[in-house]
Structure formats: C-alpha cells, structure tokens
Design a protein around this ligand. Structure first.
Ligand SMILES: Nc1nc2c(ncn2[C@@H]2O[C@H](COP(=O)(O)OP(=O)(O)O)[C@@H](O)[C@H]2O)c(=O)[nH]1
Ligand SMILES: [Mg+2]
Length: 258
C-alpha cells in the first residue's frame, strides 16, 4: 500500500489569505524539493489574477481566463472580475484537470487565487481538490503570515482554519506560518513546536475566548489533527525540511502528526 502511494504523484494545494506568501513559497519550496529530494516538480497556477509568478507554470489557468480580460469584456471592477474569473475556471475545470493529469511529475505544487475565500468557499476549490485526490496523494497547505499568530488564542484560531480547509477540501491540511525570517517569529515557534506550551500560555490569557481556544486545541490534539505547525521562510528556506517531513508522513500515513 505504501509503495503504491509513493509511486503516484503528490499534489500540494497551497491556500491562504492574500499576501500570505503562497506564490513565493510555491517557487521556493518547489526548488528546494527539486534540489534536496531529486523529484520532478511541476507548478500549476490556478490564480487568474496573477500578474507574474516566480516559477514557470506547467499548467496556467491564465491560458483560459484572466481577471484583466474579464474586467474589460464585462465592464466589471477588480473584485467582481475576480469572482467571475473563478467561476470561469470552475466551468473549465475539466480541461485544467486534464492538463494536470498529463504532467508526469512526481510532485505537483498548486498555487491558488490570492483571496483564500474564492478557493475555499466557492465550489471550484473542493471540486478541484477532490479530483486531485483521485490522481494521487493530495493535501492542502494552509499558509498564514506569522504576524497573525502573535497571541496564543490567535495562534489557536489558525490551527482551526486548517481544520476548516481540511473539511472543505476533503484532503488532509497542514498549517504553516510564512515569513519566519521576519522579526517576532521566535515566540510563535515555541507554540508551533509544542501544543503543551500553547495550552500553558493560553491559560495566562484572560477571558472566555482563550478558555474556548484552549478547549479547541485540546480537542484537536485528541484527534491527532496535524498539530505541528512549521514556521517557514521562502527567503531563507527555514522550515522546509520540517514541512516536507510532515507532508511525507501524511502521504504515507506512517507518521505521528502530533
Ligand atoms: N520576508 C518575507 N517576505 C515574503 C516571504 N514570502 C513572501 N513574502 C512577501 O510577501 C508578499 C506576498 O507574497 P505572495 O507570494 O505574492 O503572496 P500570495 O498572495 O499569498 O501569493 C510579497 O511581497 C513577498 O515578497 C518570506 O518568506 N519572507
Ligand atoms: Mg499569489
């Protein structure tokens, strides 16, 4: 069973809020995998609003639809055009998926629209992730800027968002914090490494919300939902090894995610 999984392609769907560093990470992590794991990496751009990408996309939705064209043709503003573009991608998902299926790579990194909600809370995200899971071993990487995790309860909510991604996309989701090279990332690292440290610090935070956050963390720990949250940096490559190991454990279902 394990060999069977490893012989199929691995699909990593990168999701997260606008500006969290999805596109930058796709390029840097892909390069790291090529150089350190010797795998053939392919890149898929599902963002019709992308201006340019630091990787060369092997499959690019902008071949079919761009936000610029939709704005011009339908006289829409940037937000309306982005939503209409994602609808168009959804309508053409058969063609997009056919190209992805023909890639012949070991590891496929799928970059998604800048705005997370347009992928997670629209039909297109779940529809695409379900199909990728049929092609190989698929999982989602939920990326958040490390600055969003400055308090223990904020950190806990990000883990919860990983759970939301997992439920919406129906594939295992790993949360990672991006821009670990920026100042202030050190404290967050302790909570990321140890759910116990997080629970202790949550107890020090006043208010009913921190208590609720503590209970949620305990429940997530109990169900062994990927508790490790790597802090990564596309600038220094920090955390890439840990992220790769977590993904590998998920795909071969052989590891302890806590
Ligand atoms: N310092 C730092 N900046 C980053 C990192 N990753 C991305 N950025 C910056 O964050 C901004 C948004 O990145 P982008 O990849 O376009 O985000 P996306 O909207 O999620 O695709 C850009 O200005 C990047 O240069 C990182 O690891 N460290
Ligand atoms: Mg992007």
């Amino acid at each position: 069973m394990r060999r069977l999984l490893l012989s199929r392609a691995q699909y990593l769907i990168v999701v997260g809020p606008a500006g969290s560093g999805k596109t930058t990470l796709a390029a840097a992590f892909g390069r790291w995998i090529e150089e350190n794991q010797g795998l053939r990496v392919a890149y898929v751009n599902l963002d019709p609003g992308a201006e340019s990408t630091p990787y060369r996309p092997d499959v690019d939705v902008r071949r079919w639809v761009t936000v610029q064209r939709v704005m011009k043709e339908r006289g829409l503003g940037p937000n309306g055009a982005l939503i209409a573009s994602v609808d168009e991608v959804y309508a053409r998902r058969g063609e997009v998926l056919e190209e992805i299926a023909g890639l012949g790579a070991d590891f496929v990194i799928v970059d998604t629209p800048g705005q997370m909600e347009l992928f997670l809370f629209h039909e297109s995200g779940p529809a695409i992730s379900r199909e990728l899971a049929k092609l190989g071993a698929a999982s989602a990487l939920m990326l958040f800027d490390v600055s969003l995790a400055r308090s223990p309860s904020h950190f806990a909510t990000l883990r919860l968002m990983g759970l939301v991604a997992q439920l919406r996309l129906e594939v295992p989701a790993v949360v990672a914090l991006s821009k670990g090279d920026l100042r202030g990332a050190e404290r967050v690292g302790a909570w990321a490494r140890s759910p116990h440290a997080l629970l202790e610090d949550l107890k020090l935070e006043p208010g009913v919300v921190s208590e609720l956050a503590g209970r949620l963390v305990e429940a997530m720990n109990e169900f062994s939902l990927a508790a490790r949250i790597p802090v990564v940096s596309a600038v220094t490559g920090e955390g890439f090894r840990e992220l790769y190991d977590i993904l590998h454990e998920i795909w071969c279902a052989c590891g302890d995610l806590t």
